[in-house]
Structure formats: C-alpha cells, structure tokens
Design a protein around this ligand. Sequence first.
Ligand SMILES: Cc1cc2nc3c(=O)[nH]c(=O)nc-3n(C[C@H](O)[C@H](O)[C@H](O)COP(=O)(O)O)c2cc1C
Length: 327
Amino acid sequence: MADLKTTYMGLELKNPLIAASSRLTGDADGIKLCEDAGAGAAVMKSLFEEQIDYDSRSMMEQMELFSHTDAFDFISHSSKDYYIDSYLEAVEQAKQQVDIPVIASVNCRHDGTWIDYAHRFEAVGADALELNIFVVPADVMKSGAEIEQIYLNILKKVQQQVSIPIALKIGPHFSGMANFFSRLDEAQVDALVLFNRFYKTDIDVENLTTKAAGVLSVPEESSLPLQWIALMSDRLSCDLSATTGVHDGDAVIKHLLAGAKSVQICSAVMKHGYSVFQEMTTRLDQWMQDKGFDSVESFRGRLSRGSSEFSDIWERSQYMKAISGIS
Ligand SMILES: Cc1cc2nc3c(=O)[nH]c(=O)nc-3n(C[C@H](O)[C@H](O)[C@H](O)COP(=O)(O)O)c2cc1C
C-alpha cells in the first residue's frame, strides 16, 4: 500500500480526496458518510450571503414592519443568527463525529456584514474556511480591476477575523488570470480552489422559457482546471485544489501530476454513489505502486509547467499541435 497522505493548507489529510461543498456535506451525517467512504477531508455546504439577506427581507415584509428601523435591525440580526447558528451547530456536530478535517464554506460576493461572523466558524472548530466568491462580471460599469479588488477586499477582511487557513474557490472569468492569482498569493491566501462551476442556464425552444442546464459536471470539464493548475502550481506559494469534472482515479492522478495538493469531488458521487471515493483511492494507490512512487509528494507537480521538459506545452504549443494534427 502506497502512502497517500498529503497536506492541504497545513492540514493533514489521509489522502488528497476532498468531498466538495454540496448537499452531500450539508450536515454531520453526510460528512460522516464521506469519511466512511474514504474522503480525506470535507468542505461543508456553503452558507449563502443571499439566503440570509433574502430571509431577513421576507420576514420584514410578512410582519409589515419596514418603516420601523429598530425592528428591522432586530429581525434582520435574529434571522442572520438563526442561519449562522444552525450552520455553526452543523460544523460542531461534524467535528464531533468525524476525524477528517472539516472546512466551513461561505458563498459570498460582498465584503459585507457577514464577515463580522467569520470568527465564529473558527470558534466551533472548523479547520479552515473556504470562500466561494461569486461575482459575475456582467456589470458594464465595472472594470476587471474593480472586480478583482472585491476578491482581495473580502480576503483581507476575513483574514482579520480568523486565524484558520482560508481558501478562495473562484471561477475562470478573469482576463489576467496568472497576475490575479499572484496577487491573491501575495495577499497570503492559503489555497485557491480551481474552478468553481457555475449553474448554467439553457433555453427551451419549444416552450420559449429558460431552463437549468446540466447541474452535474462531465469528465471533459476537468481539462480547464488541469491546465491552470499545471500553469500555476510552481509559481504560487499557496496550495491549489482542483474542482470540476473529476470523475475517476485517473483524473485525480492527473491533477496531482499537474501540481494540485488536493482534488475535490461532487458530481461523481452524486452520479455513482459514495463508493467512488474508494475506487479513486484504490486506483491512486495501485498507480503509485506500479510507477514506484512511495508518497504523493514524490510525483506531485511532475508534469507542471515548472518541470523543464513540459515548460511550454501547457500554453500555445499544445494548441498548435492540436490544430495541425501533430500528436
Ligand atoms: C447540487 C450541488 C450543490 C452544490 N453546492 C455548493 C455549495 O453550496 N457551495 C460550493 O462552494 N459549491 C457547491 N457546489 C459545487 C461543487 O462543490 C463543485 O465545485 C462542482 O460541482 C464541481 O465539481 P464536480 O465536477 O465534482 O461536481 C454544488 C454542486 C452541486 C452539483
């Protein structure tokens, strides 16, 4: 048996597989199922900034108290507390029930009042905090630099509140992606989770309506995070975690070879069940033995851009070979 242990943001993981934030990790029982199936860590389902704000507003509307400022403050705070308290309770229970690291998660897009609560995740024992920052760059008045600044501001304010490691889970919609990642790295983010997968909207041409498109990923989607992990892993001090399209053990191995410290899994479990964790670790273990690698660190990053033989293959030359038919 090969040694599958690794570290991620300074946390010790028995293997690099992380149960990604989703309903699979919505409570302690779900996280326990992931641990029993073989996951090395779990990111809890996100607490949504919008969910809290929406609930505050709807409570206010129901109670017809909009004009009363004190009542607004009271209700909006008690509502926030309700959601946050339930979430903190779930983190606390998970910490009691499992041995693997438990990472709390917040889905946010503003450096707003929710940050005042961030220290409470740490207080109940969360091992780290993953911020799923979701700013769609669809505002014609906002420049790329302004949007990037939102991410940096959120990171800075949360860092002031907590001392546990912080990961940013982000999408691929940045024009100067390498530069932006470097600035997040300089700002001492502990990890980047590449890439968040956004819900996509499709159009139903028969009924002239919109509909949700593919909630679960397909394996082909893993090529984008793979490319960026390979391009950036040797250039950043922070850890990189892969998410989107990891459906089998070979995809796990590829991301580790590109330089990822951990690999997050969601759709594969939803499609095929919890056994995929075991199947992936078995494949990783067997592959390591076949290739003579006795630890994850002994091969991690071997095929990143930083390794001399593959210095430019992840950029243009790969594209040129593909279009010219040279394999
Ligand atoms: C039903 C569902 C719920 C999800 N909920 C969250 C969430 O609360 N927070 C989050 O950061 N990501 C959430 N995600 C995204 C996953 O964590 C993951 O990043 C994404 O599905 C891509 O990985 P995959 O290809 O392994 O599914 C969710 C995904 C699905 C399918």
